[in-house]
Design a protein around this ligand. Structure first.
Ligand SMILES: NC(=O)c1ccc[n+]([C@@H]2O[C@H](COP(=O)([O-])OP(=O)(O)OC[C@H]3O[C@@H](n4cnc5c(N)ncnc54)[C@H](O)[C@@H]3O)[C@@H](O)[C@H]2O)c1
Ligand SMILES: [Zn+2]
Length: 361
């Protein structure tokens, strides 16, 4: 497969990817082309990317970089970058290329969508998580203090270029983080994908097409419901609790910062349990999912104080309505149900279930 044409923009892979990108850049005569990187993608990905550009385009680009990490996905980083864009003389006919993981594409997409009321941007994902999930679908934004993605807009990139060469320098924990979103894709899409994903070795993710499956699943769902009125919500499976855990661990003294995928993996264990109670989701299947998650992710346990804090953070989830917590739960693998109200007692019970689990690695 060389490309996927979503309703709004193309996603290019393999051989055609850079020829499409180069002709797009040449044909559009942008006044400035700014490549946005974080400190890691600046080090590991920028030269590789530069070497794939035609001479004409290499001469036209500038680079802006910021320190890596979720902690920097905030409005003060945006302000610094808006200032740098301004100093570089960027105008409404400039282009931003986001070269990085989900932090770069979320932040860079938001910067592009707001600078001079909006300039074009392209996503070149460099993490597995951003290749299969974050770079697709037009959600852009930043955190407000430690509250995830509270400020942002939905605005599509002009193009996405997926090149797995970047995965060579990606640490194993970050590969696993992306795998977590792929497990989520399998759980919301159906048994076929679940069966291939549960038996895959991480080193074969790209070779065995599962990687493309995830991209197709994400694009199909987003195309049906770009503004998340209904079906797109299912992509948030594991995220209602997972995001709160991610936020909690970002600032907690007793817990280390977790990758996004690790937080979502714990979220899926908790929400899987809630699904068995509320929607009668099959316990054997739930166990199989839990075991796959635990064979990839360290189990994290929370004290009763932690749990109170995490539940408080869940009040900021964007899916909530009139103060009620709104979950996506599983009825079956492939049948995710949206807008499920879950009461606090059951959420607490799910944490007790988590605390009773013995690690399997
Ligand atoms: N917009 C969406 O639809 C969407 C979907 C899922 C997740 N997200 C967001 O994406 C973010 C997580 O994305 P992520 O996991 O890509 O995190 P990330 O961008 O922080 O990247 C993870 C780490 O890998 C480093 N890195 C990136 N590419 C590298 C490479 N090729 N070689 C070596 N190191 C590299 C980064 O500097 C960082 O330290 C979260 O903020 C999450 O909220 C957004
Ligand atoms: Zn996610």
């Amino acid at each position: 497969m060389n490309s996927i044409l979503t309703k709004n923009y193309p996603i290019y892979f393999d051989k055609v990817a850079y020829s499409e990108l180069n002709s797009y850049l040449e044909n559009n005569s942008f006044s400035k082309i700014i490549v946005l990187t974080d400190s890691n993608t600046n080090l590991y990905c920028f030269e590789i990317f530069n070497s794939k550009l035609s001479k004409l385009n290499t001469g036209a680009i500038s680079n802006i970089t910021f320190p890596y990490g979720e902690k920097n996905k905030n409005i003060s980083t945006c302000e610094s970058i808006w200032n740098q864009l301004s100093k570089l003389g960027a105008d409404r006919n400039s282009l931003i290329i986001n070269l990085g993981g989900g932090v770069v594409s979320d932040l860079g997409g938001f910067i592009a969508s707001t600078f001079m009321r909006g300039i074009k941007f392209i996503n070149i994902p460099t993490t597995l998580l951003s290749m299969v999930d974050a770079s697709i679908g037009g959600k852009t934004g930043v955190d407000l203090n430690n509250l995830k993605n509270q400020i942002g807009v939905i605005n599509n990139p002009s193009m996405i270029v997926v090149d797995p060469v970047f995965l060579k320098t990606l640490p194993q924990d970050e590969i696993k983080s992306g795998f977590s979103e792929m497990i989520k894709h399998a759980l919301i899409s159906g048994l076929d994908y679940w069966n291939s994903i549960r038996s895959i070795e991480l080193k074969n993710l790209y070779a065995e097409n599962v990687f493309y499956n995830s991209i197709v699943i994400k694009t199909e769902i987003v195309d049906k419901d770009p503004y998340e009125k209904k079906i797109r919500k299912i992509l948030n499976y594991g995220h209602t609790i997972g995001h709160a855990i991610e936020s909690f661990c970002l600032t907690s003294d007793n817990h280390k910062e977790l990758t996004h995928g690790h937080s979502i993996a714990i979220g899926m264990i908790l929400e899987g349990y809630i699904s068995t109670v509320k929607l009668n989701f099959d316990k054997h299947q739930n166990n199989a999912i839990k075991n796959l998650l635990l064979s990839n992710f360290e189990i994290i346990k929370f004290s009763s104080n932690d749990i109170e804090e995490i539940i408080k953070l869940m009040r900021f989830d964007k899916k909530n309505n009139k103060g009620e917590l709104n979950f996506i739960l599983l009825k079956e693998i492939g049948k995710a149900v949206i807008d499920q109200k879950v009461d606090i007692d059951l959420i607490k019970k799910s944490f007790l279930y988590l605390n009773d689990i013995r690690p399997i690695r």
